[in-house]
Ligand binder design. Structure first.
Ligand SMILES: Nc1ncnc2c1ncn2[C@@H]1O[C@H](COP(=O)(O)OP(=O)(O)OP(=O)(O)O)[C@@H](O)[C@H]1O
Length: 295
């Protein structure tokens, strides 16, 4: 799926500006950004609920706006499916089976049984967690190539979250589905995301694979003998946190060269740490920069 130069205004507000990326099969992409940045608007525009002011979205080289039939291959799970509240599970399934001929009934029944969700109950009688679980099961049962999930785990308890993550991971692996999950709960996506797209100020600020990031980048804790911070540190590292004289730094390019230079300074503390999505988010989206000199 190719997203090309999407620009979208909501009222007079420019929400998306020249947004482009490709989605590949068998990958989980985390779409992250602060509240109100435009994640839901991007999904709505990618699926033709909104028409873009500029740009296009292609599935198998066909524009989804000009060839709506290709949208059979994608599904957008909105963060609030309350419009189905008065329907029974059976009725919702019937509706989706008519729309999506790829619906996998065996898979659906197996998961409904596994999670003990009743078929005849109305969705209104489900707790928030059970309802979210039901819609995730439904979404994956549609057997589409592209799934866009908007905050699918918002407000769920840890047990259900883990169950949902397991379903996502398993199905992506087995079926080669491409899943995009919009969230600001980064720690939850860490375990399953292959790639992260960061939206900021209406545009794509960052787009990278976590594995590449972990290879090219390094996160370290360092403390120097004196209060003076070497210039190459200030110029090449992004400061994540500071605790007294201990600096937690993120270096995203030429990590090995940076570490070698750092060792020459003979620091009193130098420790490598695991990079999290949250670190990236902090560096790129935080408004307040931490000052190296504030000791
Ligand atoms: N129907 C609408 N009419 C006018 N403005 C809208 C409409 N929908 C969204 N917006 C505006 O577009 C911007 C992006 O909203 P959107 O819901 O896409 O952000 P988001 O990143 O999904 O936010 P959140 O993380 O809070 O869910 C916001 O400034 C919002 O106020």
């Amino acid at each position: 799926m190719k997203i090309r130069n999407l620009t979208k205004k909501m009222d007079d507000n420019l929400v998306l500006k020249d947004v482009s990326f490709d989605l590949q099969a068998g990958e989980v992409t985390a779409l992250i950004g602060r509240n109100g940045v435009g994640k839901t608007t991007l999904f709505s525009t990618m699926t033709g609920i909104y028409l873009p002011d500029e740009g296009d979205v292609f599935l198998d080289e066909k524009s989804i706006y000009k060839h709506p039939e290709v949208k059979q291959q994608l599904f957008f799970l909105e963060d609030n499916m309350n419009h189905f509240n008065t329907y029974s599970v059976q009725t919702v399934v019937k509706i989706y089976k008519q729309i999506y001929t790829t619906f996998d009934e065996v898979f659906f029944n197996e998961l409904m049984e596994q999670f003990e969700l009743p078929m005849k109950a109305k969705l209104l009688s489900f707790s928030k967690g059970r309802k979210a679980l039901f819609f995730i099961i439904l979404a994956f049962s549609l057997n589409v190539r592209y799934l866009l999930l908007d905050e699918p785990m918002d407000g769920l308890d840890i047990i259900i979250k883990k169950q949902i993550l397991a379903i996502i991971k398993d199905t992506v692996k087995k079926r080669g589905t491409s899943v995009v999950i919009a969230s600001h709960r980064l720690e939850e996506l860490e375990a399953i995301a292959d790639r992260v797209i960061v939206l900021k100020g209406a545009s794509v600020e960052l787009d990278y694979y976590l594995e590449d990031m972990r290879t090219d980048a390094v996160k370290i804790q360092v403390a120097f003998k004196t209060k003076k911070i070497p210039d190459f540190v200030k110029n090449n590292a992004q400061l994540l946190y500071r605790n007294g004289r201990i600096y937690t730094l993120l270096v995203t390019e030429n990590a090995s060269g940076f570490l070698a230079d750092l060792r020459l300074e003979d620091p009193v503390l130098l420790e490598e740490m695991t990079i999290s999505i949250e670190d990236i988010f902090t560096v790129h989206l935080a408004n307040d920069k931490i000052d190296y000199y504030e000791i």
